[in-house]
Write a protein that binds this ligand. Structure first.
Ligand SMILES: C[S@@+](CC[C@H](N)C(=O)[O-])C[C@H]1O[C@@H](n2cnc3c(N)ncnc32)[C@H](O)[C@@H]1O
Length: 116
């Protein structure tokens, strides 16, 4: 007898997160012997940045994000964060974020509102 297979939105969300973590862990493992910086394109709420920061040892992580709204504890120090406003070409006019945030790597006191 065939059992109906139901994927709820919760199931889909969990599957997406599990896949995301598996891909990140695979990339971390595959590049473990490499030196040099790690680049993240798209910070979002900072979950993947936080994962990289905890698991990648001894390498700087540089992040590109056009609109920084990450969780304060998952926000890179300004020196490693490049933010390009919407509508500007990152190829022609890159610039550092000018948002008012702490300059040290301890950005827990940022005024940026945490996202779920
Ligand atoms: C799906 S989110 C990233 C999710 C995140 N890595 C996480 O923790 O799951 C994609 C992010 O990429 C950023 N983004 C998309 N296109 C961009 C661009 N051309 N330049 C800079 N940031 C960009 C968006 O603003 C958004 O925050």
């Amino acid at each position: 007898m065939l059992q109906e297979f139901i994927m709820t939105r919760l199931d889909l969300f969990i599957a997406r997160m599990v896949s995301q973590r598996a891909c990140l862990n695979f990339a971390i493992e595959e590049t473990a012997a490499m030196s040099g910086p790690v680049l993240e394109l798209g910070l979002g709420n900072g979950r993947t940045y936080h994962h990289l920061r905890e698991l990648v040892k001894g390498r700087d992580i540089f992040v590109f994000e056009r609109k920084v709204e990450s969780h304060p504890k998952s926000t890179p120090p300004l020196a490693r964060l490049t933010s390009t406003p919407r509508g500007r070409s990152s190829r022609n006019s890159p610039r550092r974020s000018t948002r008012s945030r702490p300059t040290s790597s301890t950005s827990a006191s940022s005024t940026t509102a945490p996202r779920a």
